[in-house]
Ligand binder design. Structure first.
Ligand SMILES: *Cc1c(COP(=O)(O)O)cnc(C)c1O
Ligand code: SF4
Length: 352
C-alpha cells in the first residue's frame, strides 16, 4: 500500500515537474518573429551544423548565390545529422546543379506575369483570386517555382492594397480570396487582421484561403494573435499547408494543426513530387497517413514546375503516374492527393 502510494505520489510529482518544464520552455522559447529573423542564412553554418563535408559546401555556395539559403531552426532540428540524403535537408540545401539551365526550365514557368491586373494580385482561375500578402518566406525551398519572382515589384503597401481590394469589390463572381506569397503568414498579425477585416466586408466573398508553410517550419507562428483574427472572421477558412515528407510533421506541428482546427480552419496539404525527397510509394503513403493523424487532408501532389535551378528534382510524368497508381493500392480514397500540373493558360490545375 505504502509503496503504491509513494509510486503514485512520485508519478504525480513528475507530471507536475514536467508540466512546469514545459511551461518554462514555452515562456523562454523565442517568439515566431525572432525565430523567423534568426533562421540559418549561411550555407557554411547549415553544412557545419549538420556535419557535412566541404564538397557539399562548395555546391551550397553556388546555389546560395542564385537563391539564398533560409532554414528556421525549428525545421532544421528535424533533420538527421551527417546525412546528406535527409529528405528535409534535400529541400533546403543548395546544390551546384542549380546553375544548370536545361532547355525548358525558365524563370517564370507559370507565366504569372501575364495575370496581374493590379499589383500584388493574380487572377487566373474563375471565382478565386490570389493575393501576394508577403514577399518573404520562412524557408527557401530549392524547387520553388517563385524563386525568381520579382517580389519587390509585388508587395503592396496599405494604400496599394486598396487597388487590389477594389478589384475584388468590383467583381461579384469572386468568392474566394487566397492569401499567398512568399508566405502570407510571414506578415504581421496586425496587417493580416486588417486585410481580413477589409475582405470580410466584401459581401460576395465567402472564403478566405491561406497557402502557407509557416505552421510547418515554425509551429509557434500559430499563436494567440493569429488565432484571434482567424477565429473571428465571418469568412470560411481554409488553410493549405505545404508538407512533402512525413518527417516534417513533429509533435509541435501536430499541436499547431490542432489549434487551427479549434478555431474552425479546414486543413489541407499540397506537396510537390520531388526526386530524392518523396518519389516512392511508401514515403507518399506514410505522408498521407501522418497528415491525417494531424487532422490534415491531402489535396494536391504537384509535379515540378520547370523553374530554372530545380531540374535535378524532376520526376518524369510516366513515373509520376505509375507512382500514384500504385499509391492507390495502399490508401483509402480520401487520403489520395490529386496529381496535377499547372499549365499556363489553363483554367485550372490539370490532372495528370
Ligand atoms: C493554384 C492556384 C489557385 C487555386 O487553385 P485551386 O485549384 O482552387 O486550388 C488560384 N490561383 C492561382 C493563380 C493558382 O496558381
Ligand atoms: S515556402 Fe512556398 S513559396 Fe516559399 S520558398 Fe517554399 S515553396 Fe516557395
Amino acid at each position: 500500500m505504502i509503496t503504491r502510494r509513494r509510486a503514485f505520489l512520485q508519478e504525480n510529482i513528475m507530471i507536475v515537474a514536467s508540466d512546469r518544464l514545459e511551461q518554462a520552455s514555452e515562456v523562454s522559447r523565442p517568439s515566431w518573429q525572432h525565430q523567423l529573423s534568426h533562421a540559418i542564412r549561411d550555407p557554411r553554418v547549415l553544412c557545419q551544423y549538420l556535419g557535412l563535408d566541404d564538397t557539399w559546401l562548395e555546391g551550397a555556395r553556388t546555389g546560395h548565390a542564385l537563391f539564398e539559403v533560409r532554414v528556421p531552426e525549428a525545421y532544421f532540428k528535424r533533420m538527421a545529422h551527417n546525412a546528406p540524403d535527409d529528405p528535409l535537408l534535400r529541400q533546403v540545401l543548395p546544390l551546384g546543379d542549380e546553375i544548370l539551365a536545361p532547355a525548358g526550365y525558365v524563370a517564370d514557368p507559370l507565366e504569372e506575369a501575364d495575370h496581374r491586373p493590379v499589383r500584388g494580385l493574380i487572377h487566373k482561375y474563375a471565382g478565386r483570386v490570389l493575393l501576394i500578402a508577403s514577399p518573404t518566406c520562412a524557408v527557401n525551398c530549392r524547387y520553388c517555382f517563385r524563386r525568381h519572382f520579382p517580389y519587390s515589384e509585388n508587395s503592396p503597401s496599405r494604400a496599394q492594397w486598396q487597388e487590389a481590394l477594389d478589384y475584388l469589390r468590383d467583381d461579384p463572381g469572386i468568392h474566394e480570396a487566397i492569401l499567398s506569397g512568399g508566405d502570407p503568414l510571414a506578415a504581421s498579425d496586425r496587417q493580416l487582421a486588417w486585410l481580413a477585416g477589409e475582405l470580410e466586408r466584401i459581401p460576395h466573398l465567402k472564403r478566405l484561403r491561406i497557402h502557407t508553410r509557416l505552421p510547418v517550419v515554425i509551429p509557434d507562428r500559430v499563436d494567440s494573435d493569429l488565432l484571434a483574427w482567424l477565429g473571428n472572421t465571418r469568412l470560411q477558412k481554409v488553410m493549405v499547408l505545404h508538407i512533402n515528407h512525413a518527417n516534417e510533421i513533429d509533435q509541435a506541428v501536430v499541436d499547431a494543426c490542432a489549434r487551427l482546427k479549434a478555431v474552425g480552419v479546414t486543413l489541407l496539404n499540397q506537396s510537390v513530387l520531388l526526386r530524392g525527397v518523396n518519389d516512392d510509394v511508401t514515403t507518399l503513403a506514410v505522408l498521407s497517413e501522418r497528415l491525417f493523424e494531424a487532422g490534415v487532408l491531402p489535396y494536391y501532389l504537384h509535379v515540378l514546375d520547370p523553374v530554372q535551378g530545380a531540374a535535378h528534382f524532376d520526376v518524369p510524368d510516366e513515373e509520376a503516374r505509375t507512382l500514384v497508381t500504385r499509391l492507390r493500392d495502399h490508401l483509402p480514397g480520401f487520403l489520395m492527393p490529386r496529381l496535377v500540373r499547372e499549365i499556363p493558360g489553363e483554367a485550372s490545375k490539370t490532372p495528370l
